[in-house]
Design a protein around this ligand. Sequence first.
Ligand SMILES: [Zn+2]
Ligand SMILES: [Zn+2]
Length: 296
Amino acid sequence: MVFTEYIKQRLKHKYFLTRYRNVVKIRYIGLAFTPLLSYFNGPFSLTRGGSLNGNCKWTGTGWTVEVLHSRAGVSTTILISVGSGERLLLDCGDGTLRDLLNREVDPKRIAGVLISHGHFDHVGGLHPVLGFIRMVGRNSDFFVVAPEGSFEDRLIIKAFTEAYGGTIPFNINRREVREGAELELAGIKIIPFGVVHHGSTEMEGIGPRLPSLGYKLFYNDERVIYTGDCGLDSGLEKHIQGVNLAIIEATLDEPGGELEAKVHLSIESARRIAEPAETAFIIHRPGGAAPKKVTR
Ligand SMILES: [Zn+2]
Ligand SMILES: [Zn+2]
């Protein structure tokens, strides 16, 4: 190697190291300021308690609720675990099976999934979960609860049952429900409520309203609410009073307009709506933004 080239490489290396050290410093400064940011956050203390892959976990009396993953337009999956060992999923986005196995959760113990709506980031992980529990020989019913009129999960189940015919050792018990239709799964009382959520793509802009539900869960005198994807027109405020945990979507960085009314909440509105809740997880953030935990 010519000497000048060697010097150039050394300098490059040094430059890289300096940059790396600065990144590390900035990170530390960021960490140091986090409690201050929390302090100035008004009535809430905002903890950056989440990463994209979890750490948004709430523990109630005899049950836990954990956001396994949530990222707008990619995947949302929430795991409910009760003391008896039974589990329930709220939505079932891509990566659900991987996230369950990473946490050593036995997919055979999952009673079923409550689907908020048929968008791919909420149902994309259903086929692998069904495939896995077929492979390991589950023989009890797997429940799929979906909003009346939704079809995406039905088509996934149809493809799965057509592909594997008579070799599925369990029954897929799919139910379409509407607002107020009370049911019970894994010992949890469930009451769905209607929310306003329209499709939205680059090509069509704001599309038609979709069959979409949020879910209220009751267990041991505690209440958890999950909004699914929803616009401001959903009037969520009436559902939040007195809840122990609210899991609220906040896809938009800026409030206002038709997009917020009909498609997704902004972070500002989500935080305002979350105010009466004892604890709130603000999820379904875009890009690399992590879910946020908000506690009173
Ligand atoms: Zn979504
Ligand atoms: Zn959606």
